[in-house]
Design a protein around this ligand. Structure first.
Ligand code: ADP
Ligand code: MG
Length: 370
């Protein structure tokens, strides 16, 4: 397989936004809490907070959203501004390079409006410290003049809401984290929620799809709305080319198209399967240390941990134990198409051969990394 094909396939399964996704976003992003599918506990508590803030005529508390890419953090920031009926300024931490960038933004805030900072864990120290007093006391400390005559004046700011989003809650400094009154973790979506998201997107994009078609795409979407929406478009392309006429996407179309794109029934792509196979075939199912696995896989440890492992861990195919990575029985059964009888035989044979094939039964809480 050429590198180009692999790259294109990964564009289908990556959780990060691609250029095509960004073009799609405006059409299908939910604008209200009612349209926002899933994350029910988060929505319930958020809607109470919004309602209360509106009744008091005040800005909403500062909110932090964290969780993997593509689960709807940016969307929620826009939904909040919309529900509060207030303007929103959006930026991302890497764009706030110089202190004057964040100062400029804060000075332009209107009462009760929203400032959204994406990737907030990447904020530099100076900008972060400017935010502390802005978030807590709604003031900005500015120094005037230079040298011995320099002095600091406090500029009052209107009450605003800072919404931060991050994929790495652990990298946020404690003083910043503590200044968020509300903080929510976003979870991967259940198949029925992805189904609802797909039916909604199909309607907005004028794509004909059956319930079973949406279900089939949802199952392979890795719990991620961004991927679900992307696969929907690719399946539509496939159906148009294969069938020449406009037909509604059904489950068979979805399966054929996604098989063709090499996305399997669990949503794994070629790279995911290669990683799991490596653990089974070169390391006897594990445990294998991160460094050894990364070397064999041909990636650095950080990329392995941040890009390739999260979904496999989340879906219980790969487990992190104190002694290293281990594949689960579910992964082996899936990779080699084995039913439970066959799995028993595999284990018996490997025992007879005196080989250790370490197959974890399933994720245990104490096995999972935080
Ligand atoms: N709960 C949801 N309901 C419907 N669509 C959603 C939901 N969450 C995300 N999406 C869709 O997925 C896409 C990616 O969401 P986004 O908010 O950009 O994710 P994040 O900021 O977490 O990376 C958006 O275009 C949006 O249409
Ligand atoms: Mg985002």
């Amino acid at each position: 397989m050429t590198a180009e094909v692999i790259r294109r396939r990964q564009q289908l399964t990556t959780q990060q936004a691609t250029q095509t996704d960004l073009r799609l976003d405006n059409t299908i992003r939910p604008k209200t809490l009612a349209d926002y599918v899933g994350q029910c506990r988060l929505k319930d508590s958020l809607s109470i907070a919004i309602e209360a803030a509106k009744k008091r005529g005040e800005a909403l508390d500062h909110v932090l959203f964290y969780g993997p890419p593509g689960l709807g953090k940016t969307t929620l920031a826009l939904v909040i501004a919309n529900e509060m009926g207030c303007p929103i300024q959006s930026t991302s931490a890497p764009a706030l390079e110089r202190p004057r960038d964040i100062v400029g933004l804060l000075m332009s805030m209107k009462a009760n409006s929203v400032l959204f900072i994406d990737e907030i864990h990447r904020l530099n120290k100076v900008s972060e410290e400017i935010l502390y007093s802005a978030m807590e006391d709604f003031v900005l400390d500015r120094s005037i003049g230079k040298g011995p005559t320099a002095k600091t004046i406090r500029v009052p700011l209107p009450r605003f809401t800072l919404i931060g989003a991050t994929t790495k809650a652990g990298s946020i400094a404690n003083p910043l984290r503590d200044r968020f009154g509300i903080s929510y973790r976003l979870h991967y979506y259940e198949p029925e929620e992805l189904h609802a998201i797909l039916m909604r997107s199909a309607r907005l994009l004028d794509i004909q799809i059956t319930e079973a078609g949406a279900e089939a795409i949802g199952c392979r979407s890795r719990g991620t709305p961004r991927i679900a929406n992307r696969l929907l478009k690719r399946v539509r392309d496939y159906v148009q080319v294969q069938h020449h006429v406009e037909t509604a996407i059904d489950a068979d179309h979805a399966r054929q198209a996604l098989d063709q794109y090499d996305i399997d029934p669990l949503g794994l792509d070629v790279t995911d399967r290669r990683l799991l196979r490596l653990v089974v075939e070169q390391f006897g199912g594990g445990p294998v240390g991160l460094e050894s696995l990364a070397a064999a896989f041909g990636e650095d440890t950080k990329t392995l941990e941040e890009v390739f492992e999260p979904f496999l861990l989340q879906s219980g195919l790969l487990l992190r134990t104190p002694r290293g990575r281990v594949v689960s029985q579910k992964a082996v059964a899936h990779l080699y198409g084995l039913d439970s009888d066959m799995m028993q035989q595999v284990k018996a044979i490997s025992q007879q051969l005196g080989q250790q094939l370490n197959l974890a039964v399933g994720p245990r809480d104490d096995d999972m990394a935080p």
